[in-house]
Design a protein around this ligand. Structure first.
Ligand SMILES: [Zn+2]
Length: 326
């Protein structure tokens, strides 16, 4: 069915801000190559350190979940070159914030001195499984730190010549150690389009293999080189379901540090309805009525449809559609 009316009329005046998308840090990028400022600041009592332990984040769990930060004096004994791979995140309310990674062994003496601090993974923090954060923007800052470490960990070698790389620009660059090469490498972000395909009062959702019973979500896929957002939306929907898409409307985006993605949330206009599934990518895909989505969002215990939790941008897309469409 070809839509003739303006199907994007429901779009909210103020787009939603997905989880992780609110980040109060002033990234202060001109300081990243100011070696003197960095050195003086890192050793001063002004600097605050967010500590990553293995792949988790050191968080204070009482009285409520909040950032656990340390001063240089509290961490200098943990290892000889503790600051060597510290990353400068930027200024948070004027305070310089750094992040650094320590091993489980190194964390033991820190946690002995600070029993209210635990190492918690970012997903559990965002899902509220360990307590509610009381700090606006905290999840955004944590995801900035996490995405940077995820990139550093997977780029120990130069992609041009194979030699080792070392951290530079306070964590925003890696440089090849080979004199003959010396290539610079920058933190990567991998864009993913995620789209709610609409046909009047219905939307198209799919489920992947081995998902929990009843779970359906917006279709999504990695953007490819040389592709616009609109083209990626049309291609992914067609590859997965053979549904044709016309107009595409961007709503909002979300940094997704699992490991280094940017989720680009869109609505898309269906130009056909018949579904032919790609059985490798998808277990099922089908059309859902707006009322089913509304019930799944508002009364999840009574709904057989399980939609994406509030941590995911798919949730924002569904809410924006049902809440503004009446
Ligand atoms: Zn190289």
């Amino acid at each position: 069915m070809i839509m003739t009316k303006a199907i994007f009329d429901f779009l909210p005046d103020i787009p939603p801000v997905p989880m992780f998308a609110d980040n109060p840090i002033n990234r202060d990028d001109h300081r990243r190559d100011d070696a003197n400022w960095l050195k003086v600041t890192m050793h001063s009592s002004n600097a605050r350190y967010l500590i990553i332990v293995d792949d988790k984040i050191a968080m204070s769990v009482t009285p409520s979940l909040s950032k656990a930060t340390f001063q240089y004096d509290e961490i200098k004994a943990l290892s000889e070159n503790i600051l060597q791979e510290a990353i400068y995140l930027g200024l948070w309310d004027g305070v310089p914030y750094f992040t650094l990674k320590i091993t489980l062994n190194e964390s033991e003496q820190l946690f002995d001195k600070h029993p209210s601090i635990k190492a918690i993974d970012l997903r559990s923090i965002a899902l509220g499984m360990v307590g509610v954060t009381n700090q606006e923007g905290l999840l955004g800052v944590l995801s900035q730190a996490k995405a940077l470490f995820n990139w550093h960990e997977t780029h120990p070698f130069c992609s041009k010549c194979g030699a080792e790389t070392s951290m530079a620009s306070a964590g925003y660059k890696r440089v090849c150690v080979s004199d003959a090469c010396g290539a610079s490498h920058f933190p990567r972000t991998d864009p993913v389009v995620i789209m709610l395909v609409l046909d009047g009062d219905q939307c198209l959702l799919g489920r992947g293999h081995n998902w929990p019973v009843g779970r359906y979500s917006a279709l999504a896929g990695f953007m490819e080189p040389g592709e616009s957002i609109e083209q990626a939306v049309r291609r992914e929907v067609f590859e997965e379901t053979a549904v044709k898409v016309g107009r595409v409307h961007y709503l909002c985006s979300q940094p997704w540090a699992f490991p280094t993605n940017l989720m680009i949330g869109c609505f898309a206009e269906a130009q056909s309805r018949d579904i032919t599934l790609d059985p490798i990518e998808m277990e099922d895909a089908k059309w859902f009525h707006r009322d089913e989505i509304k019930a799944a969002l508002n009364s999840p215990d009574e709904s057989s449809l399980l939609v994406a939790p509030a941590i995911a941008i798919a949730h924002n897309l569904l809410r924006a559609w049902v809440e503004n469409g009446d």
